[in-house]
Design a protein around this ligand. Structure first.
Ligand code: CA
Length: 730
């Protein structure tokens, strides 16, 4: 049903259709000639004889809206012809900072739920914007050090009258939707391991499906199903084999183990499925995307080669039992942080005159896949960015032919600039598929990333075996058309339909039956484009950047558009005011955002330089190893935490030691480094940061680290600052 004939559905008709639609039947027709779009109907699961609504046309009941994860709303009141009337209806302030708001709002039964940094949940009245409740699962602050990519959460799941989500410290929490009162809570991970949950749970037939993050900390990936009534684990599927001498939990892991060399289990192997986990009612399968191998260079992780199954793969599992059904490995022998965890979308496409039920994915490695859902047979695999240099094409079975030069782990200091970058041609930022246009809208990034392998080297706290202090010997490639943009991709023609670079950004995408595509855009705006042509038709100021996905819903017969704005580091400084908000728009809305806050950036006030060149070099090394992933270095990693050049503690050795060694700021997420640093080594870091602070003070505009570009100036009051795009790799 690629191009269903659309009916104009009023709320009343939708309600009437709900009565006509058999349980779980997505193909009701209203008469002989008019076919109702799947998304426009209610759909239900039946569990123990009880019918549970899982998708409703006027709601947005799960992370990707419904099981297909198309992020296509059937609401069509708002169109390119009237979008000039779209304006702010209400907004809700969100207090947390220190991480970006990656959440997609979830809307059900007149309430809208968003998650925030530190895995907190807010519930608002979807019509009035009244805050109904807020739940804080009290994630310990020191958990921040166990995260590769920010204090983030992507959203909640809904089941009957419960709201369910995962926490950074690996718990699942269920609360009453109306009140936020806790129903149950379980620990889904071993708390001694460095595993976290950032993804949104998907819930189907009474089972919660969710995976964990942590490849960058040498963990071993798994996805599991939990009973929605009590959180009890029903099954678990490991994505990489453990120590063979201990036996294998699943029969296919014996096969997978033959694709590894050396003692891979000592570094966990990776493969953590931290985002995409999709239930397909057509096949009764769950599709998961697995993470990169750990550590990053394949040659260090698995000396002498091997595909390293099931890293960087799509895997299909039986939804009831978790048994393996099929897999496709998108990136064998991954060395480039090519997580294959990106969004998986199911759809029915007409391909060569034949209707196919497929899944689609546009993962980090730059290839757009169309795969037959029931079998895993690849129908097509095509680059959706202009070039990629990790491979040289595909064989007849769509196995990528790897570029031998890209195996930088075998080449010492030679290194390699990988294209697309480790951050991905497309990462977790939601894409959207519109069945009316037949196009997938992908927030795309085309760039390169420098990689030099060194066994045991860390990037901040992350165990990557990448030396961030070194650069590849060859210069970075000059990429024509590099940057971030919105791409409309035709999965049948296997070609781009249009590109939109006007204000394009790495930000989630949503599409509607009103021929619209919504996306957060650069310079703190939220914009809409025509779905068929890409023409920009509307924009609204948001005062901070947007990274997550937007949604559309209907209350009292009126269509709303909702999105959370809140980008960590926006405004160029940790100290910039927090403008994180849930923003809700409708035609004729008459709310206005408050004036932006005037703020004075902190002043550099370091003590005099101290220490000789040797001490400074030592300090720089320790800084890069232990501090840089949170506090920034050389523009390589975004600063989500205070810029230490401004720290008052630089002036007091005792205070600096109390923080770094004794953990005085542990509750803020600044853990004690007693196990990693001696007090003398900590003071060498102070000497290094003091030298940077004096360098910046004497050479304004300040540059962080050596050779770094100057950071953007702080936002003057009343204007929007340009985002410092985080180079988070995930
Ligand atoms: Ca990764």
């Amino acid at each position: 049903m690629r191009s269903p004939i659309k009916t104009l559905l009023s709320s009343a008709l939708v309600a009437a259709l709900a009565g006509l639609t058999a349980c779980g039947d997505n193909t009701a027709t209203t008469d002989a000639t008019v076919e109702t779009p799947v998304a426009a109907q209610d759909s239900s699961d039946v569990v123990d004889g009880e019918m549970v609504t899982v998708s409703r046309a006027g709601d947005w009941m799960s992370y990707g809206r419904d099981y297909s994860e198309q992020r296509y709303s059937p609401l069509d009141q708002i169109t390119p012809d009237n979008i000039n009337e779209l304006s702010l209806a209400w907004f809700g302030d969100l207090a947390e900072r220190g991480g970006s708001y990656e959440t997609t709002p979830v809307v059900a039964d007149g309430r809208i739920y968003v998650t925030s940094p530190w895995s907190k949940v807010y519930a608002f009245d979807a019509r009035s914007g009244e805050l109904l409740w807020k739940y804080d699962p009290k994630v310990p602050g020191e958990w921040a050090v166990r995260l590769c990519c920010g204090i983030v959460n992507r959203g909640v799941g809904v089941w009957k009258d419960m709201i369910i989500w995962g926490t950074l410290d690996g718990r699942l929490v269920a609360v009453k939707a109306a009140t936020g009162e806790k129903v149950w809570e379980v620990q889904a991970t071993d708390r001694d391991l460095w595993l976290s949950i950032t993804g949104a749970p998907r819930i189907a037939n009474g089972r919660i499906f969710i995976g964990e993050a942590g490849s960058e900390f040498h963990q071993r990936g798994y996805v599991a199903a939990y009973d929605v009534e009590n959180g009890k684990e029903l099954w678990r599927w490991w994505s990489v084999p453990g120590d063979p001498s201990l036996g294998f939990e699943q029969p296919e892991l014996e096969m997978a183990a033959r694709t590894w060399n050396g003692e891979w289990w000592k570094t966990g192997g990776g493969g953590t499925p931290w985002d995409a986990v999709v239930y397909d009612p057509v096949t009764d399968l769950v599709y998961i995307g697995t993470g990169n191998g750990a550590p990053w260079p394949a040659e260090i992780r698995s000396p002498g080669g091997g595909d390293n199954l099931f890293t960087s793969s799509i895997v299909a599992l039986d939804a009831s039992t978790g048994q393996y059904r099929w897999h496709y490995q998108a990136t064998p022998q991954d060395s480039w942080d090519f997580d294959n965890t990106q969004q998986i979308v199911t759809a029915d496409l007409m391909i060569n005159g034949e209707q196919k039920h497929v899944l689609m994915q546009a993962p980090k490695n730059g290839v757009f896949y169309v795969i037959e859902a029931a079998t895993g047979n690849v129908i097509s695999a095509d680059l959706f960015v202009p070039t990629a240099n990790w491979m040289n094409g595909f064989d007849e079975k769509f196995r990528p032919i790897l570029n031998p030069d890209a195996n930088y782990g075998a080449f010492g200091d030679r290194g390699f600039h990988v294209v697309p970058s480790a951050g991905g041609a497309h990462s977790w930022h939601p894409m959207a598929f519109n069945p009316d246009t037949g196009l997938m809208y992908v927030p795309t990034n085309y760039s390169s990333f420098p990689l030099v392998a060194e066994a045991g080297a860390k990037m901040g706290n992350q165990l990557l075996s990448i030396n961030v202090g070194k650069r590849p010997q060859e210069a970075a490639p000059q990429l024509e058309g590099a940057g971030s943009y919105l791409l409309a991709w035709d999965p049948v023609k296997k070609a781009p339909a249009w590109e939109q670079r006007q204000g394009g950004s790495r930000s989630g995408v949503m599409t509607t039956a009103g021929n619209l595509v919504f996306q957060g855009t650069a310079d703190a705006t939220f914009s809409a484009f025509r779905a068929d042509t890409g023409e920009k038709v509307w924009t609204a100021p948001t005062q901070t950047g947007i990274v997550g996905g937007s949604v559309s819903y209907e209350v009292d017969g009126e269509q709303y558009i909702a999105v959370v704005a809140g980008q960590s580091g926006f405004g160029g400084s940790y100290w910039a005011p927090n403008y994180a908000r849930l923003l809700v728009f409708k035609r004729g809305g008459n709310a206005t955002l408050p004036e932006m806050i005037s703020y004075t950036p902190p002043v550099l006030n370091p003590p005099e330089n101290f220490g000789d060149a040797q001490l400074l070099a030592q300090g720089e090394q320790h800084y890069n190893e232990h501090c840089a992933s949170c506090h920034g270095n050389n523009g390589r990693v975004s600063s989500m935490f205070p810029d230490l050049k401004y720290a008052a503690a630089l002036n007091t050795p005792e205070l600096f030691k109390a923080i770094v060694i004794d953990g005085a700021l542990q509750n803020n997420g600044m853990v004690s480094f007693r196990e990693h640093l001696s007090p003398e080594e900590a003071d060498s870091i102070r000497a290094y940061v003091v030298s940077l602070a004096n360098e910046a003070k004497n050479n304004p505009p300040p540059a962080f680290g050596r050779g770094a570009p100057p950071p953007p100036p702080p936002a003057p009051a009343g204007t929007a600052a340009k985002a410092t795009t985080p180079e988070l790799h995930n």
